[in-house]
Design a protein around this ligand. Structure first.
Ligand code: ADP
Ligand code: ASP
Ligand code: MG
Length: 840
């Protein structure tokens, strides 16, 4: 028998052979014959003279074997037989495709003998309806024995010049299972390696992963996903230069790609970072893998079997500097155990008893959090053990619960833990702030928090159903992926369709330059809707709406836009509809932000307006409506800034209707007023019914919106409105109105003449005072007045305030038209995104 010195020598190898490199191929790389070929191709391309291959079972085989044990325990012999038959077919098919007859016969002889053993084992289990650990381990390990034997035979035949040798891992790796899982017995393991390997062993070794033996010589395993650990153990036993873990993704990603599609490959990680990520749910590598590699400072590389040209992730002691937060992970299906009571304050030993009780019940604690008041301790355990945990803790504190020193033991399920990981987080301020801000903005409630003293990991317990949303929001908050907004647009009419065009031309740039991902996932007209899981192609939405659209169902539309997995959702209402506006409060309460140019909500009755505000405040959502007044001009913003900085608005006056501004700018007496109206209508400058403009109601609504923004409790009915629609024409049809309007030209003409003679002009002006006096009327203004000299559809608003008293603050510019109004909505959308954390 070789001694340990000889193993060390074997590990170092003869000077010519160089050191070993361990390559582990996971089950995902060994799904079928094609995968075996691919792996063999990778192996033959390795120019290292000493290659140790550690193989997992073919994909899903371990799960099937464990399923068979469960079936046997239930006495379901038929299920067992059918399961064995499937495993036989699957392996035979791979063998038939890859091995020539003699090699196949040799493989099948051992394989069939194993299947016989498997059947007898399952029969025995079925008989006693219970499987001991030894039996379970024996069954679970078959998958690796089969895949590795099959692969050795294939490699042996396909590369005879470099013969592959199968190594019986059960004669080498000795482990003892303890409370912390499988512990490697390094002495006996080194002796085992020395027995099978000589100092000049070289070439290709094929080793079954996952399987090991215990000190009694009985077959055991390294726990689920243990092949990674096998690779690292062999790395240490052989003194390997590198350990390569081949899998089906291109490295360790910044998040589970199944949850966060934008997850990116992390170029390098420290052992501790990889350990934290693995422990907190990144299944790509097993946490125990790190220890043997770390102790001997062997680099681990994660590479993609299906994209071998990619560099993957390197795990070393001192990685090159990278992001502070390297990755984000989650553990699903956990329950929170919360122990609460005044009797715990200052009393030593409560934690000891709590965790002692959980330990005795065989429950592993995933996370612990205790407030400094010691009034409560909370910990997270696997949800499957929640009931057991509750019983154990109640039993342990029976007396205290009875005496009231402990008030409650609460165990709540359906939680998940989300953790951010990175060595660079230590000594760095602002990380926790950003994390919890991201949760807050995505409307996610945090139930418990833990940060270890290493500051390498901050974990939060949240509701399980929020997991995807949380991962995406946090991932984006740390700039690991773009900020995604799920957008629903209602009313692709004049303004809405222009907005969609503007979005179409900017979406790519915003994504590239600002990491902002605006996804219009729904478009609804008054009768139809178009929904998309990803994003609607904005260059073709019209055709798609016709071809793939469905009848409108606003509830379903809302549910679609509010997709659970996307952190931020927003409704854009481009209609002028009160019915749609009536939904804002519900949307805001349900976590959808609202952006709109629709005046109906903010000028509705005060009670409704307050309902919207309350919903927004309660849910922490945002409501933007800059384009309701003055299109894209910063009018609402100005009112808000003035108020928030402590100024007091004394009076607002202005021309708030682009249409009316236009009519009175053009009306110079050369053509009758009715002609000016008709012409404006033809140019699309009026509402379809020009009376909507001429009645002054539109202006009155804007005044109400401004008034409420100033903090006034103003109702639409309180605005004194001078309508320009002659009373007899108020209720007739549009055509009738146009036909009969010339009948009133004379009066208008007389008004114009009168004011001209006084050196004045006609302007339709809105006024509002701090006392709440609101009027909208046709006024005669001096020709020198600021409002007298405005261009075509200009809006102008004059703010007289305590600060701007001698010289008022004036905002002026084009205040009507689809392009500027849509731009106003667009900038609200970007303001929303910025508030949600996007860096614009
Ligand atoms: P193998 O069979 O090769 O051992 P696993 O299924 O055990 O493969 O692990 C790879 C899988 O881990 C990936 O396909 C991916 O879905 C999942 N995964 C979860 N979190 C991460 C992460 N942070 N980075 C990479 N992969 C991850
Ligand atoms: N086949 C084992 C499992 O599925 C070990 C591994 O693949 O890592 O758990
Ligand atoms: Mg794995």
């Amino acid at each position: 028998m070789l001694n340990e010195a000889a193993v060390a020598e074997a590990a170092a190898g003869p000077a010519t052979a160089g050191s070993w490199v361990v390559h582990k191929f996971g089950g995902s790389s060994l799904a079928d014959a094609g995968c075996f070929r691919r792996v063999a191709g990778i192996v033959s391309g390795l120019d290292e003279p000493r290659v140790a291959l550690v193989l997992s079972a073919c994909r899903g085989v371990t799960d099937s074997l464990i399923g068979l044990v469960t079936a046997a325990e239930g006495g379901h012999r038929d299920t067992c037989r059918a399961g064995i038959a499937r495993l036989r077919e699957r392996h035979e098919a791979i063998a038939a495709e890859l091995l020539d007859p003699p090699a196949r016969r040799a493989f099948l002889a051992t394989f069939h003998a194993d299947l016989g053993d498997l059947e007898r084992l399952l029969d025995a289990i079925a008989l006693v309806r219970s499987a001991g650990t030894d039996m379970r381990d024996r069954v679970a390990g078959f998958g690796e024995l089969w895949s590795s034997r099959l692969f050795t035979a294939y490699l042996y035949a396909s590369a005879p010049e470099r013969p592959a040798r199968w190594l019986d891992v059960r004669e080498i790796v000795v482990v003892e299972w303890g409370p912390l899982g499988p512990g490697v017995q390094w002495g006996p393991s080194r002796q085992g390696a020395a027995r099978l390997l000589t100092p000049d062993t070289a070439g290709v070794l094929v080793i079954p992963g996952f399987v090991a033996t215990d000190s009694r010589g009985l077959q055991t395993t390294l726990g689920r996903n243990g092949s990674d650990f096998s690779a690292s153990i062999f790395g240490a036993l052989l003194g390997a230069r590198e350990i390569v873990i081949w899998t089906d993704v291109s490295g360790v990603l910044s998040a589970d790609p199944g949850e966060v599609p934008d997850a990116r490959v992390i170029a390098s990680l420290s052992y501790s970072e990889a350990m934290e990520l693995a422990y907190f749910g990144a299944t790509v590598i097993h946490p125990q893998t790190m220890a043997p590699a770390f102790e001997q400072d062997i680099p681990i590389r994660i590479r993609n079997t299906f994209a071998p040209e990619e560099t993957g992730t390197t795990i070393v002691a001192q990685p090159a500097p990278g992001e502070r937060v390297k990755g984000i992970t989650s553990i699903r299906d956990v329950a929170l155990v919360n122990l609460e009571g005044a009797g715990m304050i200052g009393v030593p030993g409560t934690a000891h008893r709590l965790f002692g009780a959980l330990h005795e019940a065989g429950i592993s604690v995933i996370l612990i959090s205790q407030g400094s008041s010691e009034h409560s301790i909370c910990c997270a355990v696997p949800a499957a053990q929640a009931a057991l945990a509750e019983r154990a803790v109640r039993r342990a504190f029976l007396a205290e619960l009875r005496d009231g020193q402990i008030q409650s033991v609460a165990v709540g399920g359906a939680c998940a833990i989300v953790a951010v990981v990175g060595d660079g987080m230590a000594q760095q301020h602002g990380i926790a702030g950003k994390l919890f801000q991201a949760f807050g903005q995505a409307g996610i409630n945090v139930r418990a928090i833990a940060q270890g003293a290493s500051q390498r990991n901050i974990s939060a317990v949240i509701d399980d159903r929020d997991t995807s949303k949380a991962l995406r929001a946090v991932h984006a908050a740390f700039y690991l992926s773009p900020h995604t907004l799920s957008i629903g647009l209602i009313g692709p009419g004049t303004i809405g369709s222009v907005l969609l065009g503007q979005l179409d031309s900017q979406v790519e740039r915003l994504r590239r330059d600002f990491f902002l991902d605006l996804r219009v996932r729904g478009i609804a007209t008054s009768t139809r809707m178009l929904l998309a899981d990803g994003a609607i192609d904005l260059s073709r939405w019209r055709e798609q709406l016709v071809r793939e659209g469905e009848p409108l169902d606003l509830d379903r539309f809302t549910a679609h836009v509010a997709a659970e997995h996307l952190p931020h959702r927003v409704m854009i209402d481009c209609t002028a509809d009160s019915g749609v506006a009536g939904r804002y409060a519900d949307w805001l309460r349900a976590g959808l932000h609202v952006v709109t140019p629709n005046k109906k909500a903010n000028s509705a009755e005060l009670a409704e307006f307050r309902r919207i505000r309350a919903a927004k405040r309660a849910a922490g959502t945002q409501y933007f409506y800059e384009a309701t007044v003055g299109a894209g001009l910063p009018i609402i913003l100005t009112v808000r800034d003035l108020r928030e900085t402590g100024d007091r608005i004394r009076e607002i006056e202005g021309i708030l209707s682009g249409t009316l501004a236009y009519l009175f700018n053009v009306f110079d007496g050369s053509v009758p007023f009715s002609e000016v109206v008709k012409d404006a209508k033809a140019r699309g400058l009026t509402e379809p019914d020009p009376r909507d403009d001429l009645s002054g109601m539109d202006v009155a609504r804007k005044l109400v919106i401004l008034g409420r923004e100033m903090g006034l409790d103003l109702e639409l009915s309180e605005v004194r409105v001078e309508s320009l629609v002659p009373p007899p024409l108020r209720d007739c049809s549009i055509d009738d109105f146009i036909a009969r309007l010339p009948g009133y030209d004379c009066a208008m003409r007389a008004l114009l003449e009168e004011s001209r003679q006084a050196g004045q002009v006609l302007r339709y002006v809105a006024r509002l005072t701090a006392a709440g006096e609101a009027t909208v009327a046709l006024e005669r203004l001096d020709a020198s007045h600021a409002f007298a000299n405005i261009a075509l559809t200009d809006n102008v608003v004059r703010f007289a305030t305590d600060r701007y008293c001698d010289n008022a603050l004036v905002v002026q510019g084009p205040g009507a038209g689809p392009a500027v109004t849509a731009a106003g909505v667009f900038s609200d959308l970007l303001r929303l995104a910025a508030g949600l954390g996007a860096h614009l």
